[in-house]
Design a protein around this ligand. Structure first.
Ligand SMILES: C[S@@+](CC[C@H](N)C(=O)[O-])C[C@H]1O[C@@H](n2cnc3c(N)ncnc32)[C@H](O)[C@@H]1O
Length: 312
């Protein structure tokens, strides 16, 4: 069985995908205690350490190293600043790569990393990975194309150790209008859940910034991108639609209640299983945070399967 070390693990979107691809995650790490609580409630076999990655003295050996280091510095939702300290956590990933020397690695990050103003950071990462002895390829992928009921564009970077003969080819889209299966809709993902789940959704009023763009999709569509801050969470389709009346100004089409997706719905729209357990050890804010940070499992699974085919 292929084994993995997972860094910046969060509540385990990436690791659910690894699991589905038949990979055993030996070790995981994050600074957020609630991320660990959720992870272990669902994937109890992994040794999950809660601490700063910089404090890990040595990493266990594994075939695959996985890391989705934080991305606030590049993201649409974050303060986009190329010099932020958080943008340099990849150096910890490189430290682990040098020590473990796995057959392959996978990194996921926001697609903003390829933008012209950040491309030097992307290049710096790729250069370091190459110095470590890996052939590196990357691609922007949309999770909806791989069966997640959500549009979420992310960069996936894959490295194969240079002694591994095969080239890596990213998986083809499996879902969409011209594919075997259509896109998965909001209805398919959350249609069985209650319309107004008391205590599970964020009730802060919708301020002008929220209403500066359309935040709603209908039941028969894929969701807009799920974010980690609940204030910016997209609208549930029970909400009235929004109409654009001016640049950056949208108004409700009807006078009736509206609400954001709950954290549980957000988890489904991220592609987590219906059986996903959320322990009651944290606030609503923390639940949204770990869910919104996650990598859609189906996306990670499709990339991991391609790697497993090569290194197994
Ligand atoms: C993009 S999220 C990863 C999501 C995760 N792979 C998943 O699929 O659920 C980045 C994670 O890095 C963690 N993180 C940030 N700084 C860290 C540090 N210094 N050491 C360890 N983890 C850190 C955050 O708490 C967050 O959970």
């Amino acid at each position: 069985m292929v084994t993995a070390v997972s860094l910046f693990t969060g509540c385990g979107g990436s690791d659910f995908g690894l699991h589905q691809a038949g990979v055993e995650v030996k070790f995981a790490n994050d600074v957020l205690p609630y991320a660990r609580d959720v992870y272990l409630a669902n994937l109890p076999e992994t040794d999950y350490q809660v601490n700063d990655v910089a404090d890990i003295e040595s990493f266990p050996k594994a075939d695959l190293l996985v890391g989705c280091y934080p991305c606030q510095g590049f993201s649409q939702g974050g303060a986009r600043k190329a010099d932020r300290k958080v943008n340099y956590l990849y150096r910890q990933f490189v430290r682990a790569l040098k020590e473990i020397k796995p057959k392959a690695f996978v990194v996921e990050n926001v697609s903003g990393m390829q933008r012209a103003d950040f491309s030097h950071l992307l290049r710096a990462q790729i250069t370091q990975f190459r110095f470590c002895g890996y052939r590196v390829s990357w691609e922007i992928m949309n999770s909806a194309d791989y069966g997640t009921p959500q549009e979420r564009k992310r960069i996936l970077i894959v490295g194969l150790r240079s002694d591994i003969g095969c080239p890596f080819v990213f998986p083809e889209a499996t879902h969409g209008p011209k594919k075997q299966s259509g896109y998965v809709t909001i209805r398919e993902a959350i249609g069985d859940l209650p319309d107004w789940p008391e205590g599970e959704y964020w009730t802060e009023p919708f301020h002008w910034y929220y209403l500066s763009r359309n935040r709603r999709r209908d039941w028969g569509e894929t969701s807009k991108t799920i974010v980690s801050h609940p204030r910016h969470m997209p609208l549930h389709p029970v909400s009235p639609s929004l109409t654009r009346i001016h640049t950056d100004k949208w108004v409700w089409s009807e006078d009736r209640p509206a609400r954001r997706f709950s954290f549980r719905e957000a988890a489904r729209l991220q592609g987590f299983p219906k059986s996903m357990v959320f322990p009651e050890t944290a606030s609503l804010r923390e639940k949204y945070r770990v869910v919104g940070n996650a990598v859609p499992p189906q996306l990670f699974e499709s990339v991991s399967r391609k790697i497993v085919d090569i290194i197994n």
